[in-house]
Design a protein around this ligand. Structure first.
Ligand SMILES: C[S@@+](CC[C@H](N)C(=O)[O-])C[C@H]1O[C@@H](n2cnc3c(N)ncnc32)[C@H](O)[C@@H]1O
Length: 240
């Protein structure tokens, strides 16, 4: 098992321990699929399938991500999903989707203003007139603090057959925050580090990018319909 394979397994291990009610987004998306009667759904940033797999019980799902190892895990867990391994910016025109979902802050993943514009430009290219896009952006990054290798938890992970200790480092910058999550496989004496960068939620900037790319906002839900997670904003947009 190489370090990239371990990192993909650690992604699921981390989510299992840390996400908890974050998984409320799944019911939210299932409701949207039913409400909009969506027959073909694209998920951009599908990762290991946390959202894509449960949704595939309701409709045809295409799962897109540029992380091959994460998608390999998704493929192992669920065969009934079309998987596309590509940077979304290079995705070829496929005007077949009724609904596009960009879950769990994927839009904020390393996307500065310029890249956000490219993202929306690409969305525009692959959307039909009536395609709906829903993206989930989070305000939580704006208020997080710097942290320096804080111990998060330790547990046994059966996929790597080892006890794993998890450490968390966060570094804040003007427009974004970087995370380094270190996974220490205790008896194997191997460490792997996930490094991710998320841009802060900037409502004004997002409105501007949406407007300049000729999209209209149909509505914004704060949270997934339950009392919690008001820092999550679910934008529903269409082409003008
Ligand atoms: C925050 S994770 C969300 C994963 C999963 N949907 C979930 O909710 O657990 C963001 C995912 O988006 C992928 N991603 C980010 N930017 C991308 C891009 N431009 N093209 C394809 N995948 C991208 C990353 O590899 C990562 O798996």
């Amino acid at each position: 098992m190489n370090k990239k394979n371990i990192l993909a397994l650690m992604y699921d291990f981390y989510n299992l321990h840390m996400l908890k009610a974050q998984n409320d987004d799944i019911d939210y998306y299932i409701n949207q699929i039913k409400k909009y009667n969506a027959k073909n759904v694209l998920i951009i940033g599908a990762g290991t399938g946390r959202v894509a797999i449960p949704l595939s019980k309701y409709t045809n799902i295409t799962a897109l991500d540029f992380d091959e190892e994460r998608l390999n895990l998704l493929r192992k867990k669920e065969k009934n999903i079309e998987v596309v391994c590509v940077n979304f910016f290079d995705y070829e025109d496929q005007k077949k989707y009724d609904l596009i979902i960009v879950p769990y802050s994927t839009l904020q993943f390393d996307n500065n203003k310029e890249k956000l514009n490219i993202f929306f430009n690409k969305l525009n290219e692959i959307m039909k007139k009536n395609t709906l896009v829903i993206f989930d952006v989070s305000e939580s990054f704006n208020t997080k603090n710097d942290r320096n290798k804080d111990f998060l938890f330790k547990d046994y992970c059966s996929e790597v057959e080892d006890e794993v200790e998890v450490y968390y480092t966060a570094k804040k910058f003007k427009d974004y925050i970087e995370f380094y999550i270190e996974y220490k496989l205790c008896t194997k004496n191997v460490s792997v580090i996930e490094h991710e960068k998320y841009y802060y939620y900037d409502r004004k900037l997002l409105f501007n990018v949406i407007e300049t790319n000729n999209f209209e906002i149909l509505k914004i839900d704060d949270g997934y319909g339950k009392d919690d997670f008001k820092h999550k904003h679910l934008y529903h947009c269409r082409k003008k």
